[in-house]
Design a protein around this ligand. Structure first.
Ligand SMILES: Cc1cc2nc3c(=O)[nH]c(=O)nc-3n(C[C@H](O)[C@H](O)[C@H](O)COP(=O)(O)OP(=O)(O)OC[C@H]3O[C@@H](n4cnc5c(N)ncnc54)[C@H](O)[C@@H]3O)c2cc1C
Length: 391
C-alpha cells in the first residue's frame, strides 16, 4: 500500500520546505535550538520562536486549521498533517499552545469580548501562552488539582502552585485551571481562566531537567487577582472544557517526522564512520528495526488524521499514536547512543563530539510522561479500544 496526497497537497509540502529553508538557520543550529533551552538567554529563545511564528502568521499558516472568521484558512486535515510533518522534521519552532487549545477553546466557549481581545493576538503570534494544569499532587489525576480561585467582587483571587509548566518563563499569558468550588465532586468544581503572567503575585521558578536544560517551571500564585471577565466558559465546568481542548491536536505525526530525521542523521554518521559499525556490527540491524518502527508509526498518525478528515473524533487511536511515538523516540535515541559509543557522552563544545546525542537521549525520557503517560495511554487503549474493564 502506498499513501499518496492530492497534487495540491504535495505542492504545498514543497512550499513549506522552501519557506523553512529561507526563514530558519541551518539544520545544525536548528537542531541544537530544538532541544528546549538550547539558547543563551530567555530573550533569545523568545525572539527566535516568536519571530518565526510571526512569519508563519504573515504567510497565513500559523492558524491554518482555524475557520476563516477567526483568522484561519480552514485548511484541510491533510494540509495540516503535511505542515506538522515538515515543521517537526525540520525542528522548526512552530509549537504554540495559544493556537493548539486556547484559541479553539475561546471559539467554543469564549465571550465576544474575549474573542475580539485575545484571538487576533494569538493568530498574529503577539502572545506566548503556557498551560497551567499540572500540580505536585495532580498530574494523571488532573481533577485532583488544588489551586484555588475565590471570587471577590469583579475579580477572582488565585492561590496555589503549578508544576512542569513548559515555557512558563517565556509566556505572556497562562491558560489556567483552578478550583472554584472546593465542596463539589472534584470534576465539578474547576474553572478555566486566562491569566496575565506578569500579574503581581505570580512567581515562576525554573526547573532544570536532567539534560541540564530549562524548558519547564514551577509557578506559584500568591493572592493573584484575575478579572472575572477572564473566566472562560462556565464557572465550575472547566473540567469538561479542558477535556475537549485536549482532543484538538491528536495525530502525533511530529514524533514520527522527527524520528525519521534522527534515523537519517544516524545512518549518515554510520556511513561516514565505518569504525563505529566495526565496533558494534549489530547497529546495522538496530537501525533497521528503528526505520520499520517509524514507518509503522507514521501509519498510526495518518490513521488519526484521516479519521479527523472524515469528521470522526479519534480516541484510543490517538493514544496508540502518542504511546508508540514517544516510546519509539526513546528507542531511536538509545540506538544513537549505541552507535556513538563513548562519543555519545560528549556534550556541547567537545572537539571530539560527532553530534550531541546525549542531550536528545536524556530529553527523550520525558516523552512518555508529557501529555499523558504511557500507562495512562495503555489504560485508554485497553478500556476504550478493547472494551476491557478498568483496572
Ligand atoms: C516535558 C514535559 C512537559 C510538560 N509540560 C506541561 C505543561 O506545559 N503544563 C502542564 O500543566 N503540565 C505539563 N507537564 C506535566 C505532565 O502533564 C504530567 O507530568 C503528566 O500528566 C504526569 O503527571 P505526574 O508527573 O504528576 O505523574 P503521576 O500522575 O503522579 O504519575 C506517576 C506514575 O504513576 C502512573 N500512573 C498514574 N496514574 C495511573 C493510572 N491511573 N494507571 C496506571 N498508572 C498510573 C503514571 O503513569 C506514572 O508512571 C509536562 C510534563 C513533561 C514531562
Amino acid at each position: 500500500m502506498r499513501y499518496t496526497y492530492e497534487p495540491d497537497v504535495e505542492e504545498f509540502r514543497q512550499e513549506v520546505r522552501q519557506f523553512i529553508k529561507e526563514n530558519l538557520p541551518p539544520e545544525e543550529v536548528r537542531l541544537q535550538r530544538g532541544y528546549e533551552g538550547g539558547f543563551k538567554s530567555n530573550q533569545e529563545e523568545y525572539d527566535y520562536t516568536m519571530g518565526f511564528q510571526k512569519k508563519l502568521a504573515e504567510k497565513g499558516w500559523l492558524a491554518m486549521a482555524w475557520p476563516k472568521e477567526y483568522g484561519g484558512s480552514g485548511a484541510s486535515h491533510m494540509r495540516q498533517l503535511v505542515y506538522n510533518e515538515e515543521m517537526a522534521y525540520n525542528q522548526a519552532p512552530a509549537g504554540n499552545m495559544g493556537i493548539a487549545w486556547v484559541g479553539p477553546s475561546l471559539m467554543l466557549y469564549g465571550t465576544e469580548e474575549q474573542k475580539t481581545k485575545f484571538i487576533p493576538r494569538i493568530t498574529s503570534a503577539d502572545d506566548w501562552w503556557c498551560t497551567l494544569y499540572s500540580e505536585p499532587g495532580a498530574g494523571s489525576d488532573l481533577a485532583a488539582l488544588q489551586t484555588r480561585a475565590t471570587r471577590d467582587g469583579d475579580e477572582y483571587v488565585i492561590n496555589g502552585q503549578k508544576i512542569w509548566t513548559s515555557g512558563g518563563h517565556l509566556a505572556d499569558w497562562g491558560w489556567l485551571a483552578a478550583r472554584t468550588d472546593p465542596d463539589a465532586p472534584k470534576h465539578k468544581g474547576i474553572t478555566m481562566f486566562m491569566l496575565d503572567m506578569k500579574s503581581p503575585g505570580v512567581t515562576v521558578r525554573p526547573l532544570i531537567n536532567m539534560s541540564d536544560r530549562h524548558g519547564f517551571n514551577e509557578v506559584f500564585f500568591e493572592d493573584v487577582r484575575v478579572p472575572a471577565s477572564q473566566v472562560v466558559g462556565e464557572v465550575n465546568r472547566g473540567w469538561y472544557h479542558m477535556a475537549v481542548a485536549l482532543d484538538f491536536e491528536r495525530s502525533g505525526i511530529g514524533a514520527y517526522a522527527g524520528g525519521r530525521r534522527s534515523i537519517e542523521r544516524l545512518t549518515k554518521i554510520a556511513k561516514e564512520h565505518p569504525e563505529l559499525i566495526e565496533r558494534r556490527p549489530s547497529i546495522r540491524t538496530e537501525l533497521a528495526d528503528r526505520v520499520i518502527e517509524v514507518n509503522v508509526g507514521t501509519i498510526l498518525a495518518y490513521r488519526v488524521a484521516t479519521m479527523q478528515a472524515k469528521g470522526l473524533v479519534p480516541n484510543h487511536e490517538a493514544s496508540a499514536s502518542k504511546l508508540f511515538g514517544s516510546e519509539m523516540g526513546q528507542r531511536i535515541s538509545l540506538t544513537g547512543m549505541h552507535l556513538l559509543g563513548t562519543f555519545g557522552q560528549l556534550r556541547d563544545g567537545s572537539k571530539h563530539q560527532i553530534i550531541d546525542q546525549a542531550t536528545g537521549y536524556l530529553g527523550s525520557v520525558s516523552g512518555t510522561i508529557a501529555a499523558g503517560t504511557s500507562e495512562i495511554q495503555r489504560g485508554i487503549i485497553a478500556t476504550r479500544g478493547l472494551g476491557l474493564p478498568r483496572g
